[in-house]
Each structure stands twice: as C-alpha cells, then as structure tokens.
Design a protein around this ligand. Structure first.
Ligand code: ZN
Length: 105
C-alpha cells in the first residue's frame, strides 16, 4: 500500500495527464492506486475534478492554495492522511515537501 496522498497525485496525473492511451497495465495501475485512496477521498476528488479538471489537486505554498491563491486558515480541513481541502475553492491540497518525500521513498 502506498500513502493516500502519493496514490491520489499519481491517479490524478494518470487521469489528467497526456501520457499514453488506455492499456491493460494502465488499468491495473489505476485499480491499484484506487485501493490506496480512501473511498471518501475518491468521492471528493471526483467532485473537485469535475469542477477544476487538471488543477483539482494542487500544492499549498506557504499556507496559500496555488489553485485560487487564497491564504488558508491555520487549521485546514484534513480530508485524508496529508490531504487537505481548500477553504475557498475546495481543491485538494497537499504539502509539496511531503509529496516529495513519498516519491523518493
Ligand atoms: Zn483554493
């Protein structure tokens, strides 16, 4: 199992990226990633993705959502492990430093 955050970012890249066409290996990777993403987070992602498309999942920088450029309150709503919801635009936020650690490990 990989962390929900890492799985979400990878899944989002596959959904919105331009890489390759649908293939059996891709389908199985999507399935594998979904197993690491809590159902509640999947629901939220699908809802936000409909509205914001490619910018549905964005990093937060110095407490500011890079999607809508609004500052987040000190206590942001945690959706799942290390995944937060923007209080202004509902995009899913993550700390880029944490995401980097996951991708290395
Ligand atoms: Zn925002």
């Amino acid at each position: 199992m990989i962390a929900p955050l890492a799985a979400l970012i990878r899944y989002h890249e596959m959904k919105c990226g331009t890489e390759g066409s649908v293939s059996p290996s891709r389908a199985s990777e999507e399935f594998r990633l979904l197993q690491s993403i809590p159902p509640e987070l999947q629901k939220r992602y699908l809802r936000v993705q409909k509205r914001h498309s490619i910018s549905a999942v964005v990093p937060v920088e110095r407490g500011v959502c890079t999607g809508c450029h609004m500052r987040q309150p000190p206590m942001v709503t945690e959706v799942a492990e290390e995944v937060y919801e923007c209080q202004h635009c509902s995009r899913l936020l993550y700390d880029p430093d944490v995401a980097y650690e996951h991708s290395v490990g």
